[in-house]
Write a protein that binds this ligand. Sequence first.
Ligand SMILES: NC(=O)C1=CN([C@@H]2O[C@H](COP(=O)(O)OP(=O)(O)OC[C@H]3O[C@@H](n4cnc5c(N)ncnc54)[C@H](OP(=O)(O)O)[C@@H]3O)[C@@H](O)[C@H]2O)C=CC1
Ligand SMILES: O=C[C@H](O)[C@@H](O)[C@@H](O)[C@H](O)C(=O)O
Length: 311
Amino acid sequence: MTSPTIKLNNGREIPAIGLGTWQSKPGEVTAAVAYALKDAGYRHIDCAWAYGNEKEVGEGIRASGVPRSEIFITSKLWGTWHSRVEECLDQTLANLGTDYLDLYLIHWPVPLNPNGNHPVFPTLPDGKRDVDHAWDLKDTWKQMEDVLKKGKVKSIGVSNFSKKKLEEILPTAEIIPVVDQLELHVYNPQHNLISYLKSKGIVPQAYSPLGSTNSPLLTDEVITEVAKKHSLQTSDVLLGYLVAKGFVVLPKSVTPARILSNLTGAITAAERLETADIEKIDALAPGGKQRRFITPPWPVDLGFDNWKSPL
Ligand SMILES: NC(=O)C1=CN([C@@H]2O[C@H](COP(=O)(O)OP(=O)(O)OC[C@H]3O[C@@H](n4cnc5c(N)ncnc54)[C@H](OP(=O)(O)O)[C@@H]3O)[C@@H](O)[C@H]2O)C=CC1
Ligand SMILES: O=C[C@H](O)[C@@H](O)[C@@H](O)[C@H](O)C(=O)O
């Protein structure tokens, strides 16, 4: 099966289902990526400089034999590189073994000290993350626009940006982000932010769509009931619910059977789910099941609902 595509606000198409690679061990990710592309039919891989496995992802892309031009590759700029976007991008391109990305994202709206005590997670003596408070996000976006103009990336977007953070870059942006990659799943549907993104033409990308590691979503009773009704697995329903809403979904797996079923199951479930199923799932979080799984201890207010910052 091949993934349906979604049109971005710059006219380009993105496959709606992509393979996640966060926490995929370097020793496992090459085979997972090769299997996803060659055997399962994926055409979209989600990477990041900070995942520390882009070299092995690149090996998997080459081992698949699928031409580069048929694959949509995303990567992300880490916080310690906000003032040096092209340098971080060049490292990613070299690691992946490609000369362009289809999509480049600002990973988090949090610039970190580029000269701190650690290249990825610099900290202050009190243990808090060492944020570069003097750096302005709109200048990061300007550098993102520059690498787009140079042709090193085909589209640019953001990740983990709330409305508050988008409003810090949009007034001076020449180019509107094509996507906002967010924690989106049945327990964290972010209904208000999604409406805002829609009004700006920004496509939501769902990360941790299955609820990340050791997820309770896979055994939720409402999801189980909907899955039974349509002869689907719960993972299919979790993904299909998001695809049916027009979001990009990025399930991660290094297990061949799951890699395959996440693609086919998402497509099948998106077709089978009825309006009443979607409405029932939409009501889970407002009804008391609201939960986030990915809340790094950023010592800044990111502006999200349902996020307790350690300020
Ligand atoms: N922009 C950002 O800040 C973030 C981006 N992301 C992106 O989104 C991707 C997905 O999010 P992630 O947090 O990894 O979590 P997911 O929601 O994709 O869940 C991954 C976990 O679920 C397991 N799994 C996968 N498929 C199935 C299945 N069909 N049935 C049961 N279990 C399954 C995987 O195990 P196994 O691999 O062993 O099969 C793994 O433990 C990331 O890999 C990354 O690319 C994620 C977090 C933050
Ligand atoms: O993409 C994955 C996530 O954003 C991950 O990179 C962060 O949550 C990181 O572990 C952190 O602690 O800040």
